[in-house]
Write a protein that binds this ligand. Sequence first.
Ligand code: HEM
Length: 407
Amino acid sequence: MVERQRTRVLFDLNDPQLHRNRYAYYRRLRETEPIHHSPYGFWTLSRYDDVDAFLRSPQASSSVTTDPAFAEQRGGPDSPAMRSLSRWMLVKHGEEHRKLRRIIARAVTPRAVQRLEPEILRIVNRLIDDMGEGEVDLIEQLAAPVPVAVICGLLGIPIEDADKCLKWTNAIANIIDPLITPQMRDAMNQAEPEFSAYIRHQMELRRAEPRDDVLTMLMAKDEDGEGLSDEDVIAQVLLLFNAGHETTINVIGNSLHALLTNPDQLELLRANPGMMGDCFEELARYNSTVQVILRHLTDDLVVSGQRIPAGDVVLAILGAAHRDPARFPDPDRLDLRREGVKSLAFGSGPHYCIAAMLGRTEVCLTITELLRRYGRIELASTELEWHTRFNFVLGLKRLPLRVAYRA
Ligand code: HEM
């Protein structure tokens, strides 16, 4: 049994050390107390096997909306943002989640993703054309515009409206931020009704004339009449934008940053572009964008011999699990030839990313095209700023590069 300790703070989201040297901080936590009960009241898990098993366990619930303090900070349970969030599949648990996920999985299919590939290639190449040569910011000029355009393409929403959708998505995305400000609260509650009205209008167009797109499929009922209400369709659309935007930007940014700071690995990939699909998992492991997943327990749970009581909050630290030497020998090395890598970048268990194939396709196509089009890509600054806004998510604010077509 791991002793339950209440005295030591080994993990604090606001600790500057965490932001200064995240992987050393995680190592100390994993080596000192891999299953840690913080004086702040929550638990942390930092070993790969514990994190993976925990996320799969039926007691681990993501239903944050049942917490009155959480709702209050976001405008109360009847605020537009909270009403939408409480319908999102991401915060549903057990049978309710399984049912919702089954319906959504009928729309977000591998076929829908495959059909989007030529469109993704067009979007990426148009943005690369616009970037040209010289000094660029990869985040602003490429990584950020790709995901929102792709989600519009997936749903069949006109690309001209991508900027509007992006503005609404950015405001609503703060809903998962644990350190929410009154400005964020007001902005998300203003954005939600506008975004919902827009999606409702798109649904009316499809009701008049069904289309071959994921929004039409989300509105469909099956032969037993099982399907989503209009409110549920709208909420899941907002979820798709929110879950698919910031994550994909950061996987593109973090992966490219990892390659640029490991030039031998960059050269390896340049020489073997066909490797991209195989080494995606290693790039996603090395500096994963989702660093922490929060759950609360519906029932007592035993993790590697340690009992964690019902009602407690557990932080599954993917970033620490990804550097666990018991799972990944020499874990701080980026090794694109590493075999059998199964990262937890898309989560694990019932909430495993429903669009992992889409995220992976976007990242692989973007990086492959960047390396194909530019013979030279260099960091234009060594002073890089990482987001502190989303404490559970790791990503760069800007990625200044110098790019040239010829090597
Ligand atoms: C490479 C980019 C992506 C990464 C790293 C990523 C990561 C994740 C992770 C870690 C989860 C699990 C969250 C949890 O267990 O609490 C998740 C769930 C989810 N993701 Fe992604 N994601 C990506 C791209 C996308 C895209 C492009 C979409 C949609 C357009 C999307 C939609 C979703 C949805 C709807 C869920 C909730 C699934 C459920 O609750 O059953 N993701 N994602």
